[in-house]
Write a protein of this length. Structure first.
Length: 438
């Protein structure tokens, strides 16, 4: 039986990052489980207004991620992450008192922006505190703890749904607000990682003492983000596509969709760290992403078989096999994409670049419902093979795009890049990025 480590062996700084992730994800799991019914039953909004408000909010959050990540690069990721964790806590707290669409929309936009910015600031903080070789392993622990926290939080949210009490709903949202306040306290105990202290990309200045440009003008990184968003369709596939497929195209009972989601969550919590082993360079990351594309194609092919006139027990078995392949592909894709997203970001610009890279997830979640509904419900079995083909093309294309980026100097060893930044900053001024922890 696999033993799940709660904290990584990479030093106290990495352990605090993982602890902060675990604490905030507990509240998030409860929030995601109950938010729709809370906004309907407690706030008093119609489903159409809830959908419109959240769509606008997440679009705003995606746009806000880049400038907030840029702010983390300029003024330091630790302080920025602490402030954004507190802003997230305050935004969730605001949901406790809003009772109409206007205030709800404002609170939702603040929440989405704070969450997007916090993700970018955390990545910049990780880049400053953890060595390049250990970074993907620590990210694997972060993802594992994220899933574990979401699962536990979802259990708490399930109790609220079972109760149906207004007071219990309010308690769940209060718990989420408290979880982000505690997250801020944990992040505040991390070592300081200094920002550049000067204008960065988009401000007409420099980052780390050298010339810079907006991430939007870094064409290889933009293409990598877009290709990665195609691979991220695996996320709405699990939460939306497979439930619709089971309901409309198979003989399997609908509860199987929930069982497959639990299987995925527990699988990532148990095996993500192991799946990330060996991914410690751009070359190994590209290999992992290419492998993930092929495995995701295989999972699509197996899922397609479940819709071919099978008895109930056989359809359930085939769906479970497809879910296991999906899990394996997901974990390898995660490990490879993390490494690539960091390696292609210039020194001192991690927050800005991670803020932009995070928009790929928003794009996948926005386009996913339409794409998956057309392919799987509308086209059936051929749609599964087309989706699998998209995964393969995106994974291969991402590797070629990384090669395109290399001649431009985007992929460089971490320490030489750091030394260049120090030399430009001038002798005797200290490390512009602050202390590092192994």
């Amino acid at each position: 039986m696999t033993r799940i480590r709660l904290l990584p062996p990479a030093g106290p700084a990495a352990r605090r990052l993982v602890l902060a992730q675990l604490v905030s994800s507990l509240g998030d799991g409860a929030f995601y489980t109950t938010s729709a019914l809370y906004f309907s039953h407690v706030v008093g909004l119609s489903p159409a207004r809830i959908g419109l408000g959240l769509t606008l909010a997440w679009a705003f959050g995606a746009v806000a991620g880049v400038p907030l990540g840029r702010l983390a690069d300029r003024w330091g990721p630790r302080g920025t992450a602490v402030l954004l964790a507190l802003a997230t806590s305050a935004s969730v707290g605001a949901f406790l008192v809003v009772r109409s669409f206007g205030p709800f929309l404002v609170a939702a936009c603040c929440y989405a922006a704070a969450v997007s910015g916090l993700a970018a600031a955390r990545q910049a903080l990780l880049a400053g505190l953890v060595s390049k070789r250990e970074r993907t392993a620590v990210l694997a622990h972060l993802q594992s703890r994220l899933n574990a926290g979401l699962a536990l939080g979802a259990g708490v949210g399930g109790l609220a749904l079972w109760s149906g009490s207004r007071g219990v709903y309010l308690a769940v949202f209060a718990m989420d607000a408290v979880s982000f306040a505690v997250c801020a306290l944990v992040l505040a105990r991390l070592p300081v990682v200094r920002g550049s202290g000067v204008p960065v990309a988009g401000d007409g200045g420099t980052a780390g003492g050298g010339p810079s440009r907006s991430v939007l003008r870094d064409r290889p990184y933009v293409v990598v983000t877009l290709l990665n968003s195609v691979l991220l369709l695996r996320m709405p596939l699990l939460s939306l596509g497979i439930p619709l497929w089971i309901s409309e195209r198979t003989e399997a009972p609908e509860w199987v969709a929930s069982a497959l989601f639990v299987l995925n969550t527990l699988g990532v919590a148990a095996f993500q760290v192991r799946a990330a082993r060996g991914v410690h360079s751009t070359a190994t990351a590209v290999a992992a992403v290419r492998w993930s594309g092929l495995v995701l194609f295989a999972s699509c092919a197996v899922f397609a078989l479940s819709g071919v006139a099978l008895p109930v027990w056989a359809a359930v078995a085939v769906l479970a096999a497809g879910a296991v392949l999906h899990l394996a592909g997901e974990m390898r894709h995660s490990a490879g994409s993390w490494q690539i997203s960091f390696d292609l970001a210039p020194a001192g610009r991690t927050g800005e670049y991670q803020g932009f890279f995070g928009t790929g997830l928003t794009l996948a979640r926005t386009a996913g419902p339409l794409v998956l509904t057309v392919l799987l419900v509308g086209w059936g079995v051929p749609g599964w093979f087309l989706l699998g083909g998209l995964f393969v093309v995106a994974s291969l294309g991402l590797g070629y795009t990384v090669r395109w980026a290399e001649p431009c100097g985007a992929v460089l060893p971490e320490e030489p890049r750091l030394n260049v930044a120090r030399q430009r900053a001038g002798a005797g001024r200290g490390d512009p990025r602050g202390p590092r922890s192994a």
